[in-house]
Design a binder for this molecule. Structure first.
Ligand code: NFS
Ligand code: SF4
Length: 627
């Protein structure tokens, strides 16, 4: 149930929670309210340290008696905590990427369910790894690439990661000069954990150098590898129509939601769901078919490549189940709230965990074996289908579904604005230089229960009014889709000049670029814009900025840090750094002098938008294109 549904601005969530069906369901909204006390001041300002057993220590900046027992200052503690957050976020992307590389190697060997679909992209990536592609079989190139990619994780020499050479020459030189060019993907996380252990690195500036290197090993390493190899295996996204929101669930079909992150599982489920044997089974149970729907980023992956609908983002994972219409929620890793198993207990729904790394009480574990992908997927589906008959009372908010156009990979943006014969970022650059598009904003990351559900929408409406083109990924993109901003008709919310550009091309003013690992696409797109000329010679010159206003996961902080270390400004709603004066100032100002960008913090949606617009206009001034 939901006593305070008025606090929830999301219509589909409101509708579900106000039904009888959901009356015993407890959600995060209830827990936020029930908590009744505010978060710990030390924790939220970054000055609580638990890194050794002399503590925990609560530090007050500037008070001599309130140092750590070891003497650690507020700046040191806040920086260590922040750096560990970056390390944890990068580790999540890294482990995800490793699985993708292993799946890719199986595909290359022709052993698994998956194949090499995008040969052009394979050859381009192979070239970055120094692999000869002429007169070689696709299989051989792919195998060599897979092995070299896997070696990037455990690399022990001090040479930079292979994909760093995709960055602008200026950026690469800067990373070398600062000593923050990442060397091995796993190594940077390990070194970060080591340096934040008690009694190692106690200088916030030095800690942040390694935090940048760790984050860069994610953005230009793990995440980028994952995106590229996933595209090569499952196809590079191209624009397609789809639908989002809870209304995508179907009354007369078996509803299976796939929640988590690694597309190997989601793709296998998509393929298995088309198997006549599975359909037959569904019909035998009285269902008309099998309806797969995504939740969170794995949803974005299959939305982008297959047009499979997305039922909801992070904050709606419990609500999806509260409909009572879901036979099974299949999960793998990351962003799965433990409460889904509790919510499921009210219904016939099963939570099926599939990854040995991620189990939960109340969940049923069916291990997904990549080398047995189709069989594993069928086993999972069979389990779900057999639940259909047990479905009791349910409620699907049928009217709440929204049309979206998704699938804007950096390659697509290349051809979209310029047409088939001028595949380049030239037209985008020209439109920015002539001022019809003022600049580019990336809205990425999660949603959470701290600010209203319509925060993303509020920010984006303001940006569009000011003729700023928006790129979106992750759960932010899902929420913008629900708000109707991911379709071409949303051009009407834009200022005149951006509207004209969108209408001419027939594109939405908000371009869905994929999941959170796909933020690496934004790094590539930004670098492409620099390469096209006319907008300076590094990402830090571009009239572009990012935000993850409703960040929840540690991954979002890793992403923020790799954006900043790549020269892109970011705005977040809050960060646990306010209790450490010098460190705070360094993150929100000082980093500018080193990497050409810094963090910004603003709590209100319109304030976030205002900062983004100001920064974009300031870059235009600096470029001399603001006539
Ligand atoms: Ni990103 Fe995705 Fe969503 Fe946040 Fe979680 S699903 S990888 S971390 S909550 S956007
Ligand atoms: Fe306290 Fe220092 Fe130990 Fe942290 S490392 S818990 S500040 S004594």
């Amino acid at each position: 149930g939901c006593e305070g549904c008025t606090d929830i601005t999301c219509v589909s969530t409101q509708q579900v929670l106000s039904q009888d069906v959901a009356k015993n369901v407890k959600t995060a909204y209830d827990r936020v309210k029930a908590r009744g006390m505010s978060a710990c001041l030390f924790g939220s300002s970054g000055t609580c340290c638990r890194n050794c057993n002399m503590g925990p220590c609560q530090i007050i900046d500037g008070v001599d008696d309130m140092l750590g027992i070891c003497g650690a200052t507020a700046d040191t503690v806040a920086a260590r905590n922040f750096a560990r957050t970056v390390a944890a976020g990068s580790a999540a992307h890294t482990d995800h990427a490793r699985e993708m590389v292993k799946g890719f190697i199986e595909a290359a060997k022709g052993e698994g369910l998956h194949q090499i679909k995008d040969v052009d992209k394979l050859k381009k990536l192979a070239a970055d790894f120094g692999i000869v592609t002429e007169e070689r079989e696709v299989k051989d190139i792919a195998l060599e690439l897979g092995e070299k990619a896997l070696a990037e994780f455990g690399k022990q020499d001090d040479a930079p990661l292979s994909m760093l050479k995709r960055a602008t020459p200026k950026r690469q030189a800067l990373w070398q000069k600062l000593g923050i060019a990442p060397r091995g993907i796993d190594r940077e996380v390990v070194e970060m954990m080591h340096r934040t252990h008690m009694g190692v690195d106690q200088e916030y500036h030095n800690l942040m150098l390694q935090a940048s290197r760790t984050a860069l090993s994610d953005g230009w390493g793990a995440s980028m590898l994952s995106t590229e190899l996933t595209d090569i295996m499952f196809g590079t996204p191209v624009p397609r129509r789809a639908i989002v929101d809870l209304g995508v669930l179907k009354l007369d079909q078996v509803n299976i939601t796939v929640h988590g992150h690694e597309p190997l599982l989601a793709e296998a489920l998509c393929i298995a769901a088309q198997d006549p044997e599975m359909l037959e089974l569904a019909k035998k149970q009285g269902a008309k078919g099998i309806n797969l729907a995504g939740v969170c980023c794995t949803g974005n992956e299959i939305l982008m490549r297959r047009g499979i609908p997305v039922a909801g983002g992070f904050v709606q994972q419990e609500i999806v189940l509260a409909t009572g219409a879901v036979e099974a929620m299949v999960v793998d890793v990351q962003c799965v709230m433990q409460s889904v198993a509790e919510v499921a207990k009210n219904f016939h729904t099963d939570i099926i965990t599939t990854n040995y790394r991620a189990k939960m009480p109340g969940g049923i574990h069916i291990q997904f074996e990549e080398h047995e992908a189709l069989n594993s997927a069928k086993q999972i589906l069979t389990h779900a289908i057999k639940n259909f008959k047990k479905r009791g009372k349910c409620f699907i908010p049928k009217e709440t579904k929204m049309d979206v156009v998704v699938g804007f990979s950096h390659e697509t943006i290349n051809t979209m604005l310029g047409g088939r014969f001028r595949a380049s970022y030239r037209p985008l650059n020209d439109n920015i230089i002539n001022g019809r598009i003022r600049g580019v904003a990336a809205i990425v990351g999660c949603d959470n229960f701290k600010l209203a559900d319509d925060t993303h929408e509020t920010i984006v409406r303001e940006l569009l009014k000011n003729n700023i083109l928006v790129l979106a990924t992750g759960c932010a993109a899902t929420s913008l889709g629900k708000a109707g901003l991911l379709n071409p008709e949303a051009a009407r919310f834009c200022g005149d000049s951006l509207r004209e550009v969108c209408e001419t091309v027939g594109m939405p003013p908000v371009l869905h670029m994929g999941s959170c690992v796909d933020n690496s696409r934004i790094l590539i797109a930004a670098t492409e814009m620099v390469r096209q000329g006319g907008l300076g010679d590094d990402i830090s010159d571009l009239p572009a900025i990012g935000t993850a206003p409703l960040w929840m996961s540690e991954k979002a902080v890793a992403i923020g840090q790799y954006f900043v270390a790549s020269g892109a400004q970011v705005v977040f709603q809050n960060l646990p750094i306010s209790g450490a004066k010098n460190f705070n100032k360094y993150l929100t100002e000082g980093l500018m002098g080193e990497v050409g960008a810094h963090w910004n913090i603003a709590s209100e949606p319109l304030e976030i938008a205002r900062i983004m617009i100001e920064k974009i206009e300031a870059k235009r001034d600096a470029l001399g294109i603001n006539k």
